[in-house]
Design a protein around this ligand. Structure first.
Ligand code: FDA
Length: 495
């Protein structure tokens, strides 16, 4: 029979003193299942076997979050925080091992408040990127914001890990453009940049979600965008010289003027060269023809539009509309496995030939390659926890499939491909991007109820390089008991 666990009930009766019951969901609540799965993107984790939260709290103001932390500390209930639910390993709403925890789901907190005069905005963590882009363009058409490509990504997790998209070469990561934040710390205090102090503020801008408390909202610097931008998407098959083009692209793309981003999506025997240019077709065509004539860009490739129109256009093509940016229901629900690499030295042509044989093996995924250079590379490695600055480009290996039984081949391909790539990518450490979360890189070991620094270093130096130690020291100052933790949270470096 079912025996209630008193300690957990104490947590609930504590929270209910400060949070209206309609914002609380226990496993027995009729709406629990739909609230839990509402923003899950990787449906691999929508499973009977998944370790789910005992409670979900959907705060609509900061005091509710403070109550959840205070009650959680008092009654031994850990909290995981979810904003957009896009974590590739589902760490915002599930635990890898059996554990009693509650989820603070930020989806009710998603205001965007724009100050057009100062060119800044306050955005709540529960907003999705599309809501931020939409609000910015509506209030101030000459401004935009540099962050991820997919509109449904949550601000909370994305900014916590860095966050980048088609404006990365001009304006860096989303976190590079954060100027203030409101955070609930492990003692339930609501802090801003001034009261949290500079090391704490440094850590939340790229040091990964969960570790340092619950970020309620972020103040960002908006960036200027011209009235017309130009997009092209050009497909080249291996038969049309894709391999020569990619070999050259590795050195051309990171050195282009920072108004121009040309990335590649490689799939099967096809490479799509996708560009966003902050200017008109008339200027883009001669620029491409002087820097990368082999691609053969001509005016028929150009699609001119406003910056905000380019945001849905890039992932969805002509069918994407600006109103889609507000749509919070995710239509692409797939099972997925994702990995990432950084490339510091150009990969030889003969290796690209092999890579394209990998891309047609059973279970093959897609490779998305984002060139760096420009602003993202001009920031000092230690200026934020995101250390991936002096690199040519980022690779994301994306494997997705439909249907529970179909995962074996893609999962195997993803691991085999990662092993194959090792000699050609960054080393000591082999760098990886925390927002492309990958538990294969390692998970924390917990000893005496504290995640150990040594176990964290294994995956942590891949995500943060030399910044890992400072993150761990900061964690020791702000959360020495390791209250906020998950499988890849920053462990406290205690003396
Ligand atoms: P989610 O809510 O799952 O949180 C992710 C992590 O942050 C978890 O550990 C969570 O606990 C923590 N967290 C969440 N909210 C927090 C808060 N308020 N305070 C403290 N911690 C918090 N990335 C990129 O840089 N560029 C891109 O173009 C894309 N594109 C893309 C497309 C798609 C379809 C997916 C699924 C993912 C991406 N990503 C990406 C990766 C994305 O940036 C990454 O998954 C983010 O962490 C997602 O943030 P969410 O808030 O949605 O995730």
């Amino acid at each position: 029979g079912y025996a209630p666990v008193p300690i957990k009930d104490d947590f609930l009766s504590c929270v209910v003193r400060s949070v209206p019951p309609r914002l609380l969901f226990a496993k027995s609540s009729p709406a629990y299942g739909s609230v839990w799965s509402s923003s899950i993107r990787n449906i691999k984790f929508v499973s009977e076997k998944t370790v789910k939260p005992l409670y979900i709290i959907t705060p609509n103001n900061a005091s509710h979050i403070q109550a959840a932390v205070v009650c959680g500390r008092r009654y031994g209930m850990r909290l995981r925080v979810r904003s957009g639910g896009h974590d590739y390993e589902g760490l915002s709403y599930r635990s890898d091992k059996p554990e009693a925890f509650a989820v603070v789901d930020m989806s009710q907190m998603r205001q965007v408040r724009i100050d057009g005069k100062l060119a800044t905005a306050w955005v709540d963590s529960g907003a999705q990127l599309g809501e931020l882009y939409y609000a910015v363009a509506k209030a101030t058409p000459g401004l935009g914001f540099p962050a991820g490509v997919c509109a449904t990504i949550g601000v909370g997790g994305h900014f916590s890990g860095g966050g980048f998209g088609m404006l990365l070469r001009k304006f860096g990561t989303a976190a590079d453009n954060v100027i203030d934040a409101k955070v609930v710390d492990a003692n339930g205090r609501l802090l801003d940049r001034k009261s949290m102090g500079e090391d704490y503020f440094w850590a939340i801008r790229g040091g990964g979600g969960e570790s340092f408390g619950i970020v309620v909202s972020w103040q960002v610097k908006l960036v200027p965008v011209p009235p017309t931008v130009t997009v092209f998407q050009i497909h080249k098959g291996v038969k049309d010289g894709a391999i020569d083009l990619i070999t050259k692209w590795q050195q051309v793309a990171p050195a282009l003027p920072d108004d121009l981003m040309v990335r590649i999506m490689a799939m099967g025997q096809d490479a799509m060269f996708e560009a966003l240019y902050l200017g008109t077709c008339k200027d883009l065509v001669p620029l491409m023809n002087s820097r990368f004539p082999e691609l053969g860009v001509n005016p028929s490739h150009c699609n001119e539009m406003s910056w905000i129109q380019s945001v849905p256009y890039i992932p969805l093509g002509k069918s994407g509309t600006v109103k889609d940016l507000l749509n919070r229901t995710s239509n692409i629900k797939a099972f997925g496995k994702y990995k990432s690499d950084y490339v510091r030295d150009p990969i030889p042509k003969a290796v690209w030939e092999k890579i394209f044989t990998w891309l047609v093996k059973p279970g093959a995924g897609v490779m998305i390659m984002d060139p760096y250079g420009g602003k993202i590379s001009s920031v000092d490695e230690a200026a934020t926890p995101f250390p991936h600055r002096k690199v040519l480009f980022n690779i994301q290996y994306v494997n997705y499939w439909f249907g529970e039984g179909a995962g074996a081949l893609p999962t195997q391909w993803s691991r085999d491909m990662y092993a194959f790539m090792e000699p050609y990518v960054s080393k000591n450490p082999r760098q990886a991007y925390v927002n492309y979360r990958d538990l294969d890189l390692g998970v924390n070991q917990v000893v005496g109820d504290i995640s150990t620094y040594e176990s964290g270093r294994v995956w942590g130096e891949k995500y943060y390089k030399g910044n890992f130690e400072k993150l761990a020291r900061t964690k020791a100052r702000v959360d020495p008991n390791d209250y906020f933790r998950n499988e890849q949270s920053i462990p406290p470096l205690l003396k």
